[in-house]
Each structure stands twice: as C-alpha cells, then as structure tokens.
Design a protein around this ligand. Structure first.
Ligand code: SF4
Length: 217
C-alpha cells in the first residue's frame, strides 16, 4: 500500500522581499503566491497565476520550512497571495505555517469575490474588492484593510459603497478597516483621481505599489 500523499498546494512563487502596498508597506515580508484565480480582472498583473495546473504542487511542510528560513533571515510576517488564495482551503496551510514558525503573523490578500469563503486563520486580511465580482459580506466584515484599485471615476463610487458595506457588515462591533485607494499601475488617470479624492476625503489614504516603483519583487 502506498503512503498517503502529503497535503500540498499549487505554488507560483515564494520570495522574501518588502511588502510594497497597504498599511504594512515597507516591512520585511515573505510572500507565498498560490496558483488559481477565476476572478478575471482586465488589469491583472499576475495572469500567469490563473491556471493552477501550470504550477507545481508543493508540500505544506516544505513551504513552512521556507517560511521559517525567511523568518530567521528577518521576515516579520508572511503574505499569502495569488492568484486568488481563497480558491483553496487555507486551514491546513495556516496550521502548518504557524506550527513551523511559532506563530509568525500570517497576512492574506484576497479579492473576497463571492461566493468565496474565508478559510485559515490570519492576523491581517487585505480585501481588494473587484467591481465585476463584489466580495462576500463575510470578507467585508473580516478585513483589516479595504484596498480599492482606481482606474476611473466609477471605482471611487465603488470604494465608498464597499466602505459602507464593510461598516454595516460589522454592526458597529469590530473596528473599521483602513480605507485605501491604490491607483492602477501606469494609470495616470487613476493616480489623479485617487490623489484628488484622498485630499478631499481624509478617511481614505493613498496606497502605492512601492515595489514596482523601486523595481523589486
Ligand atoms: S483577483 Fe487578483 S489575481 Fe485574480 S484576476 Fe484579479 S487581480 Fe488577478
């Protein structure tokens, strides 16, 4: 009888760099990019991650070893990204990573596109909702930061609608998420819209893709 196969997930890449975006921008982080995404954003810069069959299945224990090495080398937290990571059950991954690092913080970056459900346990959840695939109430209630990509004026109205829904989903109990507008990369119109909007609406702040400006991963 053959031994049962180890739990594994399709992985696009892993790397230790700086978080480029959001409230944790500028901090040392280990990135784990999972394959698989059916959300289909027209501006997606990680299209190579969409098809999970194109990427090797890697054992969770091997990923945990890599994270532990990155933590020893200075990574302050791990970012589970994609693709759309919630297309997988992240519970076993989080347990394995936590066990190997003694509880290094785990961050999740997700579109939260309904009907995806939250799995795994995270200390920080970045929700980047998409107009064509709005997020589930569960993710709106759970996110620590709401990061909306801006290309055109309709994205600003969408951002406000998402902030209102996030507040409603919390019933005034959980803290309000940080509200971030992030111009689409190389989108001058998005930059102008986001800067003007943040200037006039102090509840929001600007998020830039610092890693792209710096030319690092
Ligand atoms: S959810 Fe993310 S990975 Fe998926 S298509 Fe949109 S931007 Fe790309």
């Amino acid at each position: 009888m053959s031994a049962p196969s180890q739990p594994a997930l399709p992985v696009v890449e892993t790397f230790h760099s700086l978080q480029g975006e959001g409230l944790h921008a500028g901090r040392s982080a280990f990135f784990l990019r999972l394959a698989g995404c059916a959300v289909g954003c027209s501006w997606c810069d990680t299209r190579h991650s969409w098809e999970r069959r194109n990427h090797a299945q890697r054992p969770l224990t091997e990923l945990a070893e890599e994270l532990a090495a990155a933590a020893a080398a200075g990574a302050a937290f791990a970012v589970i990204t994609g693709g759309e990571p919630l297309e997988h059950d992240l519970g076993p991954l989080c347990e394995t990573l936590e066990g190997a690092t003694g509880g290094l913080p785990l961050h999740l970056e997700t579109s939260g596109a309904a009907p995806l459900e939250l799995s795994g346990r995270f200390t920080w959840i970045t929700l980047s909702p998409k107009r064509h695939r709005p997020p589930s109430p569960e993710l709106l209630a759970a996110c620590d930061e709401l990061k909306v990509v801006v290309h055109e004026p309709a994205d600003l109205a969408f951002a406000e609608a998402m902030a209102t829904r996030a507040l409603a989903a919390r019933s005034g109990v959980a803290p309000t998420p940080a509200l971030l507008l992030q111009p689409g990369w190389n989108c001058r119109r998005g930059q102008d819209l986001a800067v003007d909007y943040v200037r006039a609406h102090p509840a929001w702040r600007l998020s830039l893709q610092n890693h792209k400006w710096l030319g690092v991963r």
